[in-house]
Design a protein around this ligand. Structure first.
Ligand code: GLN
Length: 557
């Protein structure tokens, strides 16, 4: 018997596996679909985990520009992943480990490492089956790590392309190994061409055929469209794609992504999946989720926040994906305080070119500067921070947004002319933000991938500060992703100049939070870490809550 087929599933056994694949085109929100399904199954009381597969060669998402692939989501254990992992964490309300994320690069790297160690015992190592077997090994390990009854795996890319074929092969082999325990969900796009005005199912039919060509049959088809799909089209898709009409689920565009699980449940998706997987029927309890969605919909106040960043340019289009967790964190905090947060994404380079004036910020109730790297757009950001500080507009800086706030303060308040971060100005006379000693070596060796200060580290908070008051405790764990730090040699000068470091590493050496006292500014706070990564719809982040609260208090509307 083939070794990998050992442990073949029996009817009714757990664990169960669901693969989510995409048909027709990318960008239709497979990640949100997967997250929505995960939430529904969790709401049925199952232990669920979710895995993301990205088909590119990059070993992780850390080396990619956000304009290429959206935000880099850092896991608790420091692994740099795709933004979909953030959606999974937000929808599941759980932290996920790095085994739940893989790329082609990561899989090959492991197979090659093992081959070099003679772990294949002289065998010819082949793309098939050895690569899919490593994929399956990782999926099973993720299942074990989470002790999951149901493991969801989202296969990135679209059916029919070359890149993800090896992962579809893994799904096929899983189905062969566990014939009763694997369900395939195809997320397909159903266009309504303007000139026809009718929902067309042909692209979905072709996608289903392409899936058949790699040996897989879709059990459930999610019909992503601008509108809900009607019964007639459900039947048509069912006939041509070889499934049942009730297994074609309406997945229309929604006002809020948090509507998604509630919508799918209207079509009974949870029961359909447990039925396919041979799991017992259970009630779906989305109560707390519905309360949150209700809260965000009934919010009456409006809060205008400017998110000033540098990762927006993709040709003619603006890509908000670069800061997706920031957007969600603001929305969560707003909803919990009865406010709809209206976000304007502003490219900091526009302040440099003169296309925009910083005075425009007067129209906003708050300004956020999220994380970033390198020197492009930095002067624009510095002018924004200065304007927010001098005009007492609530300011929240995240990572680079904190470092640059410290630079701005050093220059314009403390009077350290030429103060800068060495990231953009290695020869600065006042290197306020400096590279950490262990990081220096990595930069010299050009050892960039996965080598920043990554993942969860503790911060100890100072009494009587905005930060301490917001968290209501003295120690916090937050996720990091940075190479540079506030230079210890300048701390005293900055403090004498009125800046407060309200959060520090337990050793006291690394500055984690900087803020101004309340009598100087209503809210002027920056974090070296990324609080946005920990905000969830049912658990908004304390610092975002504090920022939104102050911004609301001074709001123009
Ligand atoms: N570029 C800065 C650093 O590496 C900030 C990083 C970030 O904003 N994530 O320290």
């Amino acid at each position: 018997m083939l070794d990998w087929l050992k442990g073949k599933g029996l009817p009714g056994q757990t664990p169960k596996y669901v693969f989510v694949v995409g048909g027709v085109m990318s960008g239709i929100g497979k990640g949100v679909v997967t997250s929505g399904i995960a939430r529904i199954l969790k709401a049925k009381g199952f232990k669920v985990t979710a895995i993301k597969i990205d088909p590119y060669i990059n070993v992780d998402a850390g080396t990619m520009n956000p304009t290429e692939h959206g935000e880099v989501f850092v896991l608790e254990d420091g692994y740099e992943t795709d933004q979909d992992m953030g959606n999974y964490e937000r929808f599941l309300g759980e932290t996920l480990p790095n085994i739940n994320y893989m790329t082609t690069g990561r899989v090959y790297q492991e197979v090659i490492r093992r081959e070099r160690n003679l772990e294949y015992k002289g065998k010819n190592v082949e793309v098939v089956p050895d690569i899919p077997l490593e994929v399956i090994r990782r999926i099973e390990e993720a299942q074990k790590t989470a002790n999951a009854e149901i493991t969801l795996t989202e296969v990135g890319g679209t059916i029919g392309e070359y890149q993800n074929i090896i992962f579809l092969e893994a799904a096929r082999m899983m189905k062969q190994k566990y014939p009763h325990d694997v369900a395939i969900v195809m997320v397909s796009y159903v266009p309504i061409p303007g000139h026809v005005g009718e929902m067309k199912t042909k692209p979905t039919q072709y996608a289903a055929r392409s899936l058949n060509a790699v040996g897989l049959q879709a059990d459930v088809i999610m019909a992503r469209a601008s509108r809900p799909i009607d019964q007639k089209r459900k039947e048509k898709i069912a006939v041509f794609c070889n499934t049942l009409p009730e297994r074609v689920i309406s997945a229309p565009d929604v006002e809020s992504i948090y509507d998604v699980p509630i919508n799918y449940e209207k079509d009974g998706l949870g029961d359909i999946l447990t039925d396919i997987l041979g799991l017992p029927k259970r009630k779906t309890d989305l109560g707390d989720w519905e309360t949150f969605v209700q809260k965000s919909k009934s919010a009456t106040r409006e809060l205008k926040v400017a998110v000033v960043g540098k990762y927006f340019d993709t040709g003619e289009f603006t890509l908000a994906d670069s800061y997706i967790s920031v957007l969600e964190a603001l929305k969560h905090a707003g909803a919990h305080q009865g406010a709809k947060v209206k976000i304007s994404y502003i490219n900091s380079k526009d302040f440099e070119s003169g296309a925009r004036k910083v005075e425009e910020l007067k129209d906003f109730d708050g300004v956020v500067v999220p994380g970033g790297f390198g020197e492009k757009g930095i002067d624009g950001i510095l002018s924004v921070i200065r304007f927010a500080r001098e005009n007492k507009i609530p300011y929240f800086g995240l990572c680079y947004g904190m470092q640059l706030a410290v630079v701005e303060y050093a220059r314009n308040v403390v009077g350290l002319e030429g103060a800068n971060t060495v990231e953009t100005d290695p020869g600065s006379v006042h290197p306020i933000i400096d590279v950490m000693p262990d990081q220096k070596e990595k930069l010299i060796k050009q050892d960039y991938g996965g080598t920043m200060r990554l993942g969860t580290y503790k911060a100890v908070l100072t009494d009587g500060t905005i930060a301490k008051e917001a968290y209501g405790k003295s120690e916090v764990d937050e996720r990091h992703r940075h190479r540079y730090e506030v230079n210890p040699e300048y701390i005293e000068k900055l403090e004498q100049g009125g800046l407060i470091f309200s959060g520090r590493s337990p050793s006291g050496k690394l500055m984690e939070i900087a803020e101004l006292p309340k009598d100087k500014h209503p809210f002027y706070l920056g974090t070296q870490f990324h609080p946005e990564l920990l905000s969830r719809p049912l658990g908004p982040h304390p610092l975002f809550m504090a920022f939104v609260k102050i911004a609301l208090a001074g709001a123009k509307n």
